[in-house]
Ligand binder design. Structure first.
Ligand SMILES: NC(=O)c1ccc[n+]([C@@H]2O[C@H](COP(=O)([O-])OP(=O)(O)OC[C@H]3O[C@@H](n4cnc5c(N)ncnc54)[C@H](O)[C@@H]3O)[C@@H](O)[C@H]2O)c1
Length: 350
């Protein structure tokens, strides 16, 4: 038996893997912690070499949600679900529906301790099917009374974080005249680019999808090849595509003063945070910066007004300021500082 990803440490309250009664697929819910509140985290539909890789992914992602939700201060614990496809397995509409109903049953078996929503490979419309089997689901389409698309909230939180980063590095939070390289112009990257352009930033942008060139033209941004994103000088590098872009060789020559963007896990390895610090590059931890999505989701579902949600999204800048101050005071990286604050909040809630 070959397992690509070894299982992470078991620090979880409960991990359940089932063979879906309808779909025959392997589904996992990894409830990491409900100390602060019911665990909130999306369901990922993805292809894995081995079903245990799906379990490992759910466990890692669930633990990461505990940290993100603790720092986001939304009264939620952390967990995640995975529907694992075998290589080459393609779902037709009927089997996809079966898989989502199976997910609903699995979520329901947690009795509300885990609340699911969408993640990679799953849409807000899929959540309507999940709701046929459980009430413990959020992020339904706005037209169906749900919180709707979180990308605008995520982009606002990233913008507030960028202002904080600029203040820490340059002594002024103004983005006007500051230069940014944005790698990835999808849901979040395009909205963030628009905000930055409107505030007078100098933008260099890229995406592996050439259709994003139209966004660059609209915003008056300079378009570069995706491969050049990490070698183009700027004040701030904004990772807004997939994770893993900051490898050791990339960090060794990254020509920027700071890294701050929405991408999950932009560091290929955790030690990248130390390497960036050693080069004097400020790294704003991903899960602090991109918490706007969960904040939008949790507060909107709770019935908070758009004004309250907006204020909390802007408040991500304040959370980042606390993280940077802790890092400075303790002589540790911002990533270690964020972990320390999150873990203290979880411990205090136990
Ligand atoms: N959508 C949210 O609210 C949210 C919340 C938290 C975190 N995130 C994270 O932010 C990132 C962006 O999310 P999104 O919703 O905008 O996703 P998306 O799929 O809409 O956009 C990602 C974009 O990045 C591009 N891309 C992929 N690899 C690239 C590369 N190597 N170089 C340049 N471009 C590349 C894609 O073509 C796509 O246009 C992801 O890492 C996501 O996990 C998103």
């Amino acid at each position: 038996m070959t397992i690509a990803a070894p299982l992470p440490d078991f620090t979880h309250e409960r991990v359940t893997t089932v063979t879906g009664a309808r779909s025959g697929l392997h589904l996992t819910v990894a409830l990491h912690s409900s100390a602060i509140g019911p665990a909130l985290g999306g369901c990922r539909l993805w292809t894995y070499e081995h079903w245990l890789d799906g379990v490992a992914d759910a466990m890692r992602l669930g633990q990461a949600m505990t940290m993100k939700n603790a720092l986001a201060d939304i009264g939620a614990g952390g967990g995640k679900a995975v529907i694992a496809l075998a290589p080459g397995d393609v779902l037709d509409a009927a089997r996809r529906r079966d898989a989502l109903l199976d997910l609903g049953d699995l979520v329901e078996s947690f009795g509300g301790a885990y609340i699911t929503t969408e993640d990679v490979g799953v849409t807000e419309h899929d959540m309507l099917i999940v709701r046929e089997r459980t009430q413990h689901v959020v992020g339904l389409p706005a037209a169906d009374g749900g919180a709707g698309e979180p990308a605008a909230g995520t982009a606002l939180g990233v913008f507030a974080s960028i202002e904080q980063v600029l203040f820490a590095v340059f002594g002024s939070a103004s983005v006007e005249g500051r230069s940014f390289v944005i790698s990835g112009l999808g849901q979040v990257g395009s909205r963030l680019a628009r905000r930055l352009a409107e505030a007078g930033a100098v933008l260099t942008v890229t995406d592996i999808n050439p259709s994003a060139l139209a966004i660059a033209d609209q915003l008056g941004a300079t378009w570069i090849d995706a491969a050049d994103a990490v070698s183009t000088p700027a004040d701030v590098f904004v990772p807004a595509g997939l994770g893993g872009i900051l490898t050791a060789p990339v960090i060794a020559q990254l020509p920027v003063r700071a890294v701050c963007g929405p991408a999950n896990n932009p560091l290929a390895e955790r030690s990248g945070a130390d390497a960036l610090a050693a080069r004097g590059i400020l790294y704003a931890p991903d899960y602090v910066v991109n918490a706007g999505g969960v904040i939008h989701l949790a507060l909107t579902e709770r019935g908070e007004t758009p004004e309250t949600v907006d204020a909390r999204l802007r408040g991500i800048g304040g959370t980042l300021a606390e993280v940077l101050a802790t890092a400075e005071a303790e002589g540790i990286t911002p990533l270690d500082a964020a972990d320390r604050i999150a873990l203290a909040r979880v411990a205090a809630a136990r």
